[in-house]
Design a protein around this ligand. Structure first.
Ligand SMILES: NC(=O)NCCC[C@H](N)C(=O)O
Length: 405
């Protein structure tokens, strides 16, 4: 960024030049994964943590080499906990659940956590804590403590923090703290909430989608063009979430059209960005199996209230709302099996650094060569370990600042 100072916060597209991004370098929370808990914690396997960190470091280094400022969630969290007592309280109260721990243990643990240094507290809030790790005296007064096994979690770890896309997203000059659908991820939003509320860098930033009335996850939200938002509805974001988000962004003047896009309620397509991401101002990379069937309900902001257009082909609805003749689709695979394999491995989950330049996993060889054949520059990263959580470069990044289109 040279002497230009901090970038202007916010984004109104998927492809405006990326200036600042929030990533989470995977840490001790990944070491909590075992064959007994990985399904519940939404990982398909047990990543080799050191290698996952190396892969992530290379991802961050690539972004920096392209002039992007990389904010790391653990560092930003520690800074926030250092400057703000309110943030500490917020983080502790979200992590210590009296319904599960009982009041005696919950009170004792919360009192202890209030004495912990910011960096160590940030580690506990992200990596969790087991009963064996409780730094309290013998568990005399707590039945809960006596009855749990030492390896059980007092505070659940958050291995999916890696996917910073889902727990917050920027729209216009506002940030939305999302409402995550699954128990394994709900607490992530308490961390993004306290960071954006109390970190000095974000003071004064206003919120979008404050009502949190229903689940909305950032991986389902695509900023197709200034004023035009697509929201996937499937395993995570619900119809009520999409509707509430639409009304909220209309009221705040952040969009005039919201496309609500049904996607299969399946692990392979848990978010809209697992099947479709933007690679240029008028182009998407999309899983071919859904290209012809993907549809959208379009909600328009009207002078009074909203209008809802019935389901149309997604590509037509998107082009109409964006005011372009056609949304180009870069088809990702020549045959069904290759396409299915590369979709599973996040071939469609690209992160645009500017129009026509994307970061992608190297393993998706066919998809990447199709992108290049269409004139897209593909910056490859390895994701053999990172990918075991089922997320690619877009899932692993929350753009905090993009040049406005
Ligand atoms: N936007 C995304 O598709 N994020 C990937 C999230 C993966 C994570 N293991 C999850 O199941 O939520």
């Amino acid at each position: 960024m040279g002497n230009e100072g901090p970038s202007v916060l916010g984004a109104n597209s998927e492809v405006g030049t990326l200036r600042t991004v929030l990533l989470h370098r995977p840490g001790d929370e990944l070491k909590r994964l075992t064959p007994r808990n990985n399904d519940q914690l939404l990982f398909d396997g047990l990543p080799w943590v050191d290698r996952a960190q190396e892969e992530h470091d290379a991802f961050a280094a690539l972004l920096r080499s392209r002039g992007v400022e990389v904010l790391l969630l653990s560092e930003v969290l520690t800074e926030t906990l250092t400057v703000s007592g309110a943030a500490r309280m917020q983080g502790i109260s979200a992590a210590v659940d009296p319904r599960r721990l009982g009041h005696p243990l919950a009170q004792e643990l919360a009192a202890h956590l209030r004495t912990v240094e910011p960096a160590a507290l940030a580690t506990i809030l992200t990596a969790g804590m087991t009963f064996d790790e409780l730094p309290l005296g013998p568990g005399g007064a707590s039945l809960v403590r006596r009855m749990h096994h030492g390896g059980d979690f007092v505070i659940e770890p958050l291995p999916n923090l890696l996917f910073t896309r889902d727990s917050s997203f920027w729209i216009g000059d506002r940030v939305a703290i999302t409402a995550l659908a699954l128990p394994a991820r709900v607490r992530e939003a308490s961390l993004t909430d306290l960071i954006y509320a109390h970190h000095p860098r974000f003071l004064g930033v206003r919120r979008a989608y404050e009502s949190h009335t229903a689940p909305v996850e950032g991986g389902d939200v695509l900023l197709l063009a200034p004023g035009v938002v697509a929201v996937g509805v499937g395993e995570r974001t619900t119809p009520a979430g999409a509707e509430a988000l639409a009304r909220s962004v209309f009221e705040d003047g952040l969009a005039h059209s919201v496309l609500v896009v049904p996607i299969a309620q399946a692990r392979a397509s848990m978010h809209l960005d697992t099947v479709c991401t933007m690679v240029d101002v008028d182009a998407v990379v999309m899983y071919p199996a859904i290209q012809d069937s993907l549809s959208a309900f379009t909600i328009h902001r009207e002078d009074v209230g909203v209008s809802i257009l019935g389901a149309q082909p997604f590509l037509k609805a998107a082009a109409d709302a964006m005011g372009i003749g056609k949304l180009r689709v870069i088809d990702t695979g020549l045959d069904n099996v290759t396409a299915e394999r590369e979709q599973w491995d996040d071939g469609n989950n690209t992160l645009a650094l500017e129009p026509g330049v994307v970061v992608a996993y190297e393993r998706n060889v066919v998809t990447n060569s199709r992108l290049e054949a269409s004139g897209i520059e593909v910056l490859r990263i390895s994701g053999s370990e990172l990918g075991s959580g089922r997320g690619g470069p877009r899932c692993m990044s929350c753009p905090v600042s993009r040049d406005l289109l």
